[in-house]
Ligand binder design. Structure first.
Ligand code: UDP
Ligand code: MG
Length: 244
């Protein structure tokens, strides 16, 4: 157990070369924490940034008692950063938001309202503020993934999610899995709820994803998911004296 066990929610924020977003993140998150529906801490996962993100994360963690960080030894990609955050979260719930502030931490409260009844509560980006080209890519990718996985999820890429940590830790992790989170919770017979959240333009830093990694790899991952769905192991323990 680490310090995150003293909270009910750990917000994992993956960071890769986001130096110009760290101070605004600090402000937004520090504003949110006192109003959070449950006691909440922040876990920055610095995914091998090569700019000043690492130094700035250290700085904001010194000023804010509920902020923690995990420095990955090298850049490993968003799915890996997310896995690291989930592996190290010891709170009952684990949340996720991107470092680019295209969503706001305040909206975690919209998701937390339903967290006792659903194993994953996720946002849907209402009035999405991205370029028409990026929205088109998402639309195609979401449509295809929905048809292949039957996950019924409108906006799998929405960077605002809250999960039960016990379910999050059982997700089979692979590169690209961050797009399949709801499908992977459903695999465990978890319940998924989708709630509209606000969306904002990216004001600092640049997107790390492009046509190839947004469309082609996820296309192939859909086939892996279908295979996994057929073979996935779900068991329920009837009785044990291990925990009695
Ligand atoms: N990110 C990361 N490792 C990477 C690439 C991205 O941790 O190798 C982080 C990035 O800093 C951001 C989030 O993942 O917080 C989503 O990335 P981005 O906003 O570039 O993706 P988009 O929203 O454009 O799909
Ligand atoms: Mg983004």
């Amino acid at each position: 157990m680490n310090k995150s066990a003293n909270y009910q929610l750990t917000i994992v924020v993956p960071v890769y070369n986001e130096e110009d977003n760290i101070y605004s993140l600090e402000t937004k998150l520090a504003e949110y924490l006192p109003s959070a529906l449950v006691p909440t801490c922040v876990l920055f996962v610095n995914d091998g940034s090569r700019d000043a993100s690492g130094d700035r994360i250290l700085e904001v963690c010194t000023r804010n008692p509920h902020f923690f960080y995990l420095n990955l030894a090298r850049n490993s990609g968003l799915s890996a950063a997310m896995k690291a955050g989930i592996d190290y979260a010891d709170s009952i719930y684990v949340g996720y938001m991107d470092a680019d502030l295209q969503t706001t931490p305040e909206d975690f409260n919209l998701l937390l309202k339903d967290i006792t009844h659903y194993e994953l509560v996720m946002g849907i980006r209402a009035n999405r503020k991205d370029s028409p080209f990026k929205k088109l890519q998402s639309k195609i990718a979401n449509g295809f993934r929905r048809a292949m996985t039957h996950d019924g999820v409108e906006d799998t890429g929405c960077p605002l999610k809250v999960m039960h940590t016990s379910y999050a830790k059982r997700i089979p992790f692979f590169t690209g899995m961050h797009r399949f989170l709801p499908a992977l919770i459903l695999l465990q017979e978890g319940r998924v709820k989708q709630t509209p959240v606000r969306h904002f333009p990216r004001v600092a830093g640049v997107s790390k994803y492009h046509l190839w990694n947004r469309l082609i790899s996820p296309f192939l991952d859909c086939f892996a998911y279908r295979w996994m769905k057929k073979r996935y192991i779900n068991y329920r323990v009837g009785d044990t004296n291990l925990t009695a």
